[in-house]
Design a protein around this ligand. Structure first.
Ligand code: GLN
Length: 299
């Protein structure tokens, strides 16, 4: 493997005196910057805070504190993994989404801030929904965020991958929603036959094309689940599969909110109009002004 780089690793000083927290933070930051992190200081702070089990802000009042060998032994493997590109959220096992904490690991896509738009739209446009479904739920961030903000709503979460469904179940218990949020394994709405009807369906399906997936940044392509990202040759395969299933599980006038790639949301819209005759559609922009969510109102 690579040669040791004493300046960039949190070892003890030459004199053998233990390093202060601040010095470890500085060396960690240099190490992560050199290995290509865009946010080396933030990453280092979050790794130290996680390893030392303190809030990030509390690091600042402990800068002078010497770190012992045991503490360094907790920090080193996390730094090494981050330097190899593993996303920070997987290292600390957490991600914030819509103001809520979600447990994540490599079995689920890390919730993205742009998906918060879908939750906002669901809460604003369909406040009266009694039953909702989140298809391809991953961590469960969409359905759970909606359910937390709508105390009367029942919500079913579906994922094809048993590992993802297991993470979603952890998040359902984490938010104490067991009595009204269920997790099912299967292909989109097929997993919900006999349940429903739903007035609201939300989904963030895999929508990256296979060739885009091959060119995604390393920290996404090599670490996040391909099943959650790769939408096939034209990035529309998952919509083709799930849209025709919707009439079977939805109530009249139901709202469907679909996240998509801004460059292809028009394609998703055409598909939805073909597959769901009589449906009205509208495209919504995310905070960076890109069309990100397609709203479909069923007849
Ligand atoms: N927005 C994700 C990305 O940037 C893609 C999510 C998806 O395919 N559903 O990689």
């Amino acid at each position: 493997m690579s040669r040791r780089q004493p300046v960039s690793r949190p070892e003890s000083t030459e004199s053998g005196a233990p390093l202060s927290l601040l010095e470890v933070l500085r060396r960690s930051t240099r190490h992560l910057a050199a290995s290509g992190s865009d946010t080396p200081r933030l990453d280092s702070e979050l790794i130290l805070a996680h390893a030392l089990q303190v809030d990030r802000i509390d690091l600042y009042v402990q800068f002078e504190r010497p770190l012992g060998e045991l503490e360094l032994a907790l920090i080193r493997p996390l730094l090494a993994a981050r330097a190899q590109g593993r996303p920070l959220s997987y290292l600390v096992g957490q991600r914030e989404f819509f103001g809520l904490g979600f447990t994540v690991d490599a079995r689920v896509l890390i919730p993205r801030p742009e998906s918060e738009l879908l939750v906002e739209l669901a809460l604003r446009l369909k406040p009266e929904a009694e039953a909702a479904a989140d298809l391809g739920c991953g961590s469960g961030c969409l359905g759970i965020s909606i359910a937390v903000n709508r105390p009367q709503l029942r919500c079913d979460l579906v994922d094809l991958d048993p590992g993802a469904a297991a993470v979603a179940r952890q998040n359902v218990s984490r938010h104490h929603l067991e009595s009204r949020v269920g997790v099912f394994e299967g292909r989109w709405a097929e997993a919900l036959s006999g349940r429903g009807p739903y007035q609201l369906v939300v989904t963030n399906p895999p929508y990256v094309t296979t060739s885009e997936w091959e060119r995604l940044q390393r920290s996404v392509r090599d670490f996040e689940p391909r099943l959650a990202l790769d939408g096939g040759e034209d990035g529309l395969g998952p919509y083709r599969e799930l849209l025709p299933q919707l009439p079977k599980v939805t109530a009249p006038g139901a709202m469907v909110l679909l996240e998509g790639d801004p460059r292809r949301l028009g394609g998703v819209e055409r598909l939805a109009r073909q597959v769901l005759p009589g449906a009205a559609t509208r495209r919504h922009q995310d905070l960076s002004g890109r069309e990100r969510v397609l709203e479909v109102r069923l007849p």
